[in-house]
Design a protein around this ligand. Structure first.
Ligand code: ADP
Ligand code: MG
Length: 709
C-alpha cells in the first residue's frame, strides 16, 4: 500500500495552502507534491559563510548573525515610514533599514538571535543593510512558525531561489518545499519510489531520488547540490533516452528489405563524376549501404553542413536500390528545391538509363497522372517531389528507400511515414537529411531513435566565404563590388526578409528593390525576382535562368534559403539580417562559396541595432562552421525556440542543460540501450518499476500515446 503522503498528493494537503494559494500555485504548474518538488530552484544565494560584523566590506552580499539590540521607527517628511533595527555580535554593529515595512518591528524584538543577508553600505560612518533577507533564529515567533528546531531556510546556507508568481513569495515557497520534504521523510521510504535500478544508480554514482530532491532544494554544501543535480538530470535524460531506445528497438525488430545483390550502377556513376567523393562521403555511403544490406529497416539521419554534398550521397544510395529493381523517392521541403533536385538527378540519371520524375504542386494534372501511372507500373525508378504532393494518393509499389531532405525544417518527421505505401514490399528504408548542423545533445534527443551519419568535411578547393557587416550608408560600396564581380562573370543574390505577418509590406520591399536595382543601380545587367507568391512556372523559369547564368543578379526572399546550388554565384547580399535566426543566415550564406571562386556575404544592417543583436550578427560574421553557429543559437534562444523541440513533441529540457550535459546524455543513451537489450519489453521487476516510474515523464514528454513505434 502506498503511504498516504506521496508525490501525487495534492498540494492542498500542506499547511498554509488555501484556495487562493492553490490557484496561485497552479499558475506555476504546481498541483501535486511531485510538481512542487520539480519546481527546481533556478539559482541559489550562497549564504553559507557567516561574516563577523567587524569584517564587513562594501558591495558584496554577505550573511551575518547576531542579536537584536534596538528596533525603532520614524515617519519620513516626504511620506512613508522608516524602520531601523540594530543588530550586534561581539565584533561590531550593523544598522538594518526598511522602508514602509511595519511588520518588521513586531518581529525584531530586542534580545532575539537573527541571521541577515544583504549588501552592506557605509552610511554616515556606520554599516547599513537595506532591506536584508532575514531569519529569526530564536524566540516565540521563530518557534511558532517552524516548530521546535532552529530552522533556517533563508540565510546561513545555500538558499534556493525559485521562479515566482503573484501570490507566491520566495520565503513562503521555501517553507512550503521544506514542509513537503519533511512530510515525505516522515511518510517513510516508500513515499518516494525510485524508478532507477539500483545497479545503474551505483554504477553512475547517483543519489536515491528522495535524497536528490532534498539536496537540490536545500543542499548542505555545494558538492551536495552538484551531486543532486547530476542525479536528477540523469533521470530526466534517461527517461527520454529509454523511450527513444524503445522506438529504436521496435524498429530493429521490423524486418526490412534485404538488398544484397551487388550491382555496378553506383560504381559507374562515381567513375563518371568530374570529381572524387570526399572521404566523409565515402564513409557515410558505406554506413548507409551496410544498413540496406542488413535486412533490418534503416532509419538514419544524415547530417552535414551546407554544401557538404549530401544530395549526391542520397542519389548513390537510391541507385543501389534501383539497380535491384526497386524504387526510391526523394522529398524536398520546397517546390524550388524539388525542381532543382529533379534537374540535378535527371542529369545524373539519364546516362545510366535510370528514369527520374519530378512531382510538385504546380505539376499540371495530365502530367501528374502520367507520372503516377509510370510510378505505378514501375517505369519510374526515382520520384522527386515535395512532401505535400507525395503523401496524398501516390502509390509506389516497389518503394525501397525514402530520402527526406528535411533541411532544417523540423516537425515533419512523422509525415514521411505515410509516403510508404507499397503492398508487396517490406518496410522501406528511410534516410533523413538535415542541412543545419544540430548540436550533438539535441540530435541525441530529437533523433535518439535514429542512427547517425555525419559528413564532417567539405569538398576540396572551396574557399572560405568572407562575411562583411555594413550599414545602409555603406550600400554603394557593396553594389560597386557586386558590379565588378558581375562584369567578371559571377552572379549575385540579394535577399530581403519576408516575415509572414507583414508579408504585404515586406514583399513590396523586395519588389521595390528589384525595380530600383534594375532601373537605377544596375541598368546594364540582367536581373530576376523570385518570391513565394509567384506561380510555380514563373519560379521555375526564373530559377532556371539564374542557374544557367542567364541572369546576373537575383532579388529574392527566403525561398532561396534552402538547398539552392548555383556554384557560379559568389555574392550574397542580405538586407536586414537581424530579422533572421543564425541557422537561417547560415543557410542563406551557404548559397555562395559552392564553386572554386572566392565568395562574399554582405550583411546590410540598420544603423540603430540593439547591442545584443549587433553582437549576434558579428558572431555570425566571425564563424563559418555550422556547429559553432548551432551551439550559439541554442545558447541564445534555448532548445524550444531554436530547434523546434516542441514541434517534435519531445520535452523541453527541464533541469538538464543541452549545452553542458551532453556527456551525461551520451551515457544515458548507452545505458538505456543496454538496459533494453537485457529487458526488451520492460518485464523484469526493475523494468516494470522503470515503466511505471517513468510513465509520468513519458506522458509529459509525449502526450497522446508515447509507446514505442
Ligand atoms: P548539400 O545538400 O549538402 O548542401 P549539395 O549536395 O547541394 O550539398 O552539394 C553542393 C555542391 O557540391 C554541388 O554542386 C555538388 O555537385 C558538389 N559536390 C558534391 N560532392 C562533391 C565532391 N566530392 N567534390 C566536389 N564537389 C562536390
Ligand atoms: Mg542539399
Amino acid at each position: 500500500m502506498k503511504p498516504e503522503f506521496n508525490l501525487s498528493t495534492p498540494v492542498q494537503f500542506l499547511k498554509s495552502v488555501g484556495p487562493a494559494r492553490t490557484r496561485a500555485l497552479t499558475r506555476l504548474g504546481i498541483e501535486t507534491i511531485g510538481h512542487l518538488l520539480e519546481h527546481f530552484p533556478h539559482r541559489y544565494h550562497d549564504r553559507s559563510q557567516v561574516v563577523p560584523l567587524g569584517k564587513l566590506k562594501a558591495d558584496r552580499e554577505v550573511t551575518v548573525a547576531g542579536e537584536v539590540l534596538t528596533a525603532s521607527e520614524r515617519r519620513l517628511r516626504r511620506g512613508g515610514s522608516l524602520q531601523t533595527v540594530t543588530v550586534g555580535d561581539n565584533t561590531g554593529i550593523v544598522f538594518c533599514v526598511w522602508f514602509n515595512q511595519r511588520y518588521v518591528l513586531k518581529q525584531f524584538r530586542p534580545g532575539l538571535k537573527v541571521m541577515l543577508s544583504g549588501r552592506p553600505a557605509r552610511r554616515a560612518g556606520r554599516w547599513q543593510l537595506a532591506h536584508p533577507d532575514f531569519e529569526l533564529l530564536s524566540g516565540p515567533d521563530a518557534e511558532g512558525a517552524k516548530g521546535e528546531q532552529n530552522l533556517n531556510l533563508n540565510t546561513g546556507r545555500l538558499v534556493p531561489v525559485y521562479g515566482l508568481t503573484s501570490g507566491v513569495g520566495q520565503h513562503w515557497l521555501r517553507s512550503l518545499v521544506w514542509q513537503a520534504l519533511e512530510k515525505l521523510e516522515a511518510a517513510g521510504t516508500r513515499a518516494i519510489v525510485d524508478p532507477l535500478p539500483r545497479a545503474l544508480r551505483s554504477e553512475r554514482g547517483l543519489k536515491p531520488l528522495g535524497q536528490a530532491l532534498r539536496d537540490i532544494h536545500f543542499p548542505a554544501t555545494e558538492r551536495d547540490r552538484v551531486a543532486a543535480r547530476k542525479s536528477l538530470v540523469y533521470r530526466e535524460l534517461f527517461a527520454i533516452q529509454l523511450l527513444m531506445a524503445m522506438r529504436r528497438a521496435h524498429r530493429l525488430r521490423q524486418p526490412g528489405l534485404t538488398l544484397a545483390r551487388p550491382g555496378d550502377l553506383t560504381r559507374r556513376l562515381v567513375e563518371a563524376l568530374p570529381f572524387a567523393l570526399t572521404g566523409a562521403q565515402r564513409r557515410v555511403l558505406k554506413e548507409i549501404l551496410a544498413d540496406l544490406r542488413s535486412g533490418v529497416t534503416m532509419n538514419r539521419l544524415l547530417q552535414g553542413d551546407v554544401g557538404s554534398g549530401k544530395t549526391l550521397v542520397a542519389f548513390l544510395a537510391a541507385l543501389f536500390v534501383i539497380e535491384q529493381g526497386y524504387q526510391a523517392v526523394l522529398l524536398a521541403p520546397t517546390e524550388v528545391l524539388a525542381r532543382q533536385h529533379g534537374q540535378t538527378l535527371q542529369d545524373l540519371a539519364g546516362p545510366l538509363d535510370v528514369t527520374c520524375e519530378v512531382l510538385t504542386g504546380s505539376t499540371v494534372s495530365a502530367e501528374r497522372r502520367a507520372i503516377l501511372a509510370g510510378v505505378m507500373a514501375g517505369e519510374v525508378d526515382l520520384l522527386v517531389g515535395t512532401h505535400a504532393v507525395i503523401q496524398e494518393d501516390v502509390r509506389i509499389p516497389r518503394l525501397a528507400l525514402a530520402v527526406v531532405d528535411e533541411q532544417h525544417r523540423f516537425g515533419v518527421r512523422q509525415r514521411w511515414r505515410s509516403a510508404r505505401s507499397g503492398e508487396d514490399v517490406g518496410q522501406s528504408h528511410v534516410l533523413v537529411m538535415s542541412a543545419t548542423p544540430i548540436p550533438r545533445s539535441l540530435s541525441l534527443t530529437l533523433y535518439g531513435d535514429l542512427d547517425l551519419s555525419l559528413i564532417d568535411e567539405l569538398p576540396p578547393g572551396r574557399q572560405p566565404i568572407v562575411t562583411r557587416v555594413t550599414e545602409e550608408n555603406g550600400e554603394d560600396g557593396v553594389w560597386e563590388y557586386c558590379r565588378r564581380q558581375m562584369n567578371a562573370g559571377q552572379q549575385v543574390y540579394v535577399i530581403h526578409p519576408v516575415i509572414e505577418e507583414t508579408e504585404g509590406q515586406d514583399l513590396k520591399a523586395a519588389v521595390t528593390e528589384f525595380e530600383r536595382l534594375s532601373s537605377t543601380v544596375f541598368p546594364e545587367h540582367r536581373i530576376g525576382l523570385l518570391h513565394g507568391k509567384l506561380h510555380g512556372k514563373e519560379k521555375q523559369a526564373t530559377m532556371g535562368a539564374f542557374a544557367r547564368g542567364e541572369l546576373d543578379l537575383l532579388v529574392a526572399t527566403t525561398v532561396v534559403e534552402v538547398g539552392l546550388d548555383v556554384p557560379n554565384a559568389t555574392e550574397m547580399v542580405i538586407h536586414n539580417p537581424e530579422r533572421f535566426g543564425l541557422a537561417q543566415l547560415h543557410q542563406l550564406r551557404g548559397r555562395v562559396g559552392r564553386g572554386r571562386h572566392a565568395s562574399t556575404c554582405w550583411l546590410i544592417c540598420p544603423a540603430d541595432l540593439p547591442p545584443e543583436t549587433r553582437e549576434r550578427i558579428h558572431f555570425f560574421a566571425d564563424h563559418l562552421d555550422g556547429f559553432d553557429l548551432a551551439e550559439e543559437d541554442l545558447r541564445r534562444r534555448g532548445p524550444g525556440d531554436a530547434w523546434g523541440v516542441r514541434q517534435h513533441g519531445v520535452p523541453g529540457f527541464h533541469l538538464a542543460n543541452p549545452l553542458t550535459d551532453t556527456h551525461l546524455l551520451g551515457l544515458c543513451q548507452a545505458d538505456a540501450r543496454a538496459f533494453l537489450a537485457r529487458d526488451p519489453d520492460l518485464t523484469t521487476t526493475e523494468g516494470r518499476a522503470l515503466a511505471e516510474g517513468l510513465s509520468t515523464a513519458f506522458e509529459k514528454a509525449f502526450p497522446g500515446g508515447g509507446g514505442p513505434g
